[in-house]
Design a protein around this ligand. Sequence first.
Ligand code: TEU
Length: 574
Amino acid sequence: MMNQTWWKEAVVYQIYPRSFQDTSGNGVGDLRGIIERLDHVKALGVDVIWLSPVYESPNDDNGYDIADYRAIMAEFGTMADFDELLNGIHTRGMKLIMDLVANHTSDEHAWFEESRASKDNDKRDYYIWKPGVEGPDGVMRPPTNWGSFFSGPAWEFDAATGEYYLHLFTRKQPDLNWENPAVRKEIADVVEFWLEKGVDGFRMDVISLISKRGYTDTPHEQFNDTIANVYANGPRVHEFLQELYKNVISKYDVMTVGEGPGIDLNEGPSYVHEDRGELNMIFHFGHMFMDQGPGGKFDPVPIDFRRFKEVFVEWDQAMADGGWNSVFLCNHDFPRAVSRFGNDGPYWKESATLLATLLMTMRGTPYVYQGEEIGMTNVAFDAIDDYRDVETLNAYNEQVLEGGRDAGDFIRAVHIMGRDNVRTPMQWDDSARAGFCAEDVEPWIDLNPNYDRINVAAQMDDPESIFAYYKKAIAFRKAHKGLVYNDVDVWTLEDEQLFCFLRPGTTNGAKNGFDSYAVLLNMSDEPAEVLLPGRIILSEHLFSNLSNQSTKPTTTSSMTLMSWEASIWKYHGN
Ligand code: TEU
């Protein structure tokens, strides 16, 4: 039986502060806005808030480029606001985890300003500097052929000292040199600073990238393979994480979740196994990268439903022995869950609530991204000028302006995959700015025009709403611990429509004290016939997302689910 802890039983809600609630009148969300909306978050029944970065930043990548780890971004407020927010969260019985972005800083961080000043500066080795190499044509080239996550080379020439620095993300996000013990000490001090303030843990940005493997050219391959084979899981990553845990994190009762591009099934458990003293859980990208075609992120292909299910099964099995998973369908980097995995047209409500059911019935800690609880959808701006995300804008420059790709074709890909899909302002009500900011203020990015239909106010008091369903599903998970800890046994892997699994209340054949649950999900627009495993009998219907659900208790071997119906049963047998 797995060890039981609070962070396994917790449900996490992610806030992207820029897009949550403006109170200062600058069209940008802020900390006081979050304070005002804490009762909304509390009403959902979540336990932990993960706050995307709020530190001082020039916002080249919306705060994922930190200029001062100990200061609050002026646009978001002050440290006094932060303290009040933390207090407001704790008073409501919730916890707060911060976003620790420590693979890189902003180029406007004081460390980098010193580092770039001269080759013999004390902080030169805080970052990764290399001389260029001379090509056969006598022209100076970057040290390797590495590409950045956000288009263009991963090296930037700096004229002051005539060398290149590494930046796996934008050129305003230079990579820190974790080989340097002084850098590791700085980061440990930052972690301690926030833990001493009373925060309850960290989400660690691209933590899989902090140890570099050495600097040789990559073969020409798909970018996601380069991430996995060249950038991620470097030789010292586990040593670095163990050091941070031992010296600082282990002294506090907090949770950690590492973000892990390039972490595969073999590597995953070594980041989170309970004996290793590294992280509690990671975000893997098995289901987040699966709809990219050969051209990468802006070359979308349809979701392979069978593969989608396999990803859940494989990761559950990989973590079953002493590890732990996080479960998420969306965050600030990927499309809206209902638009991507559901049907945001005719089955909007049914599919959004089905996805909530999946999230709350898998093993692993569930993460809900702001707006998911009201079924917010992708947006489809026509013009590139309406987009704000540096990933999208850089890709537009590279693929359309320089590469000659048809602009309309590119924008259609952005409608499906762009990160701004999840960064349009939170939809609170149907007033002119959806309650995100004052009506005479321009928000930093346009609203999704469907805010008049999809908003919190419209759902708040409606017992049939997506919001009401999220509340019920979260409470249901908390009341049925078997949904947290029991094994996952999927029996419809081949099926084109169904995702059905058992959560047996037995571990290695012995009863574990929890009940057994069967979760039946029809992830399609057509009704579907579920063939039940012969060894079980559904004994009690517990939960469903449709009001006209198929609640008939059955002793027969099959039942029919309506389009996007989700149904949870207690069962007997094994
Ligand atoms: O994202 C890391 C990451 O792997 C992303 O590049 C992801 O693949 C991409 O956004 C998908 O389009 C983290 C943060 O979550 C992201 O917001 C930051 O931009 C990035 O790190 C750099 O800090």
